[in-house]
Design a protein. Structure first.
Length: 257
């Protein structure tokens, strides 16, 4: 493929273990990328997670480089850019109170009916992320090994997604991570976020390169592949780091601001 003008990433299990801070190796690689091309991160995680997992680890990067970093929490329902001092919202497509309440009720009731409501979770099961409602089957702080073992074939998430979607015809209901269901406005997924990114940056989708761990047809990264963005499948952040080690030398020389 041609040299990308923008390199984009999923966050959890692509740049870092679920809800963990990015490793110093990934931080260094992101800084190297930002000296050469625009970089975007799009994930179902909320803004607070982006600040904890990513922004805090890039504190030493110059503002001129951070200006090329595009952050799209909650699958692109929010878009953050660096204004010279901090990352601030370009837009936020928040759900109404009525939409949130309907989503929370449907998730709780259908999870209980399907016997998927964990009685002793690691943290909260339901989370209001403003522009997205998220169900985390084992709780938001569940360890990675427990999450991977909970629904290895995706059948539990598919059953819950279908049951909840039938009750929320005006909203988008989809499988998120290994134990999660995400609900946003209808038609909003990572494809929507990437289209917004193209619109705001002027960089075409075919001039982007996306790295994700869930590019299978049932995965939440698949919509990015489906709209024609060149994609690279990865298996964890170490795999991403290895592939970036190979990519970066092929990119243009660092930008001098």
């Amino acid at each position: 493929m041609p040299t990308p003008r923008l390199v984009a990433f999923d966050l959890d299990d692509t740049l870092a273990p679920s809800k963990a801070r990015i490793d110093a190796r990934i931080a260094d690689l992101l800084c190297s990328l930002l000296q050469r091309v625009d970089v975007a991160i799009i994930s179902g995680g909320n803004e607070e997670q982006f600040r904890t997992q990513v922004i805090s680890q890039l504190a030493d990067a110059p503002a001129s480089d951070l200006a090329r970093l595009h952050l799209l929490p909650t699958c692109g329902t929010r878009y953050l850019r660096h204004d010279g001092n901090d990352f601030t919202a370009v837009y936020a497509h928040d759900l109404t109170d009525a939409e949130k309440n309907a989503a929370l009720q449907a998730l709780r009731e259908e999870a209980q009916r399907l016997r998927l409501w964990e009685p002793d979770p690691w943290g909260e099961i339901l989370e209001d992320r403003g522009s997205q409602i998220t169900f985390s089957a084992l709780g938001q702080q569940a360890p990675g090994d427990a999450k991977r073992a909970w629904d290895p074939d995706g059948a539990k998430r598919a059953a819950l997604r279908d049951a909840v979607a039938a009750r929320l015809p005006g909203l988008e209901v989809r499988s998120g991570g290994s134990t999660s269901i995400d609900i946003t406005r209808e038609g909003i997924d990572k494809a929507h976020g990437m289209r917004q990114l193209a619109e705001h940056t002027g960089i075409s989708l075919t001039d982007m390169l996306f790295y994700g761990d869930r590019l299978d047809e049932d995965g939440n990264d698949y919509p990015v592949l489906a709209i024609g963005v060149p994609c690279v499948p990865v298996e964890g952040w170490q795999d991403t780091a290895d592939k970036l080690d190979a990519l970066i030398p092929a990119l243009p020389a660092p930008v001098v601001d």
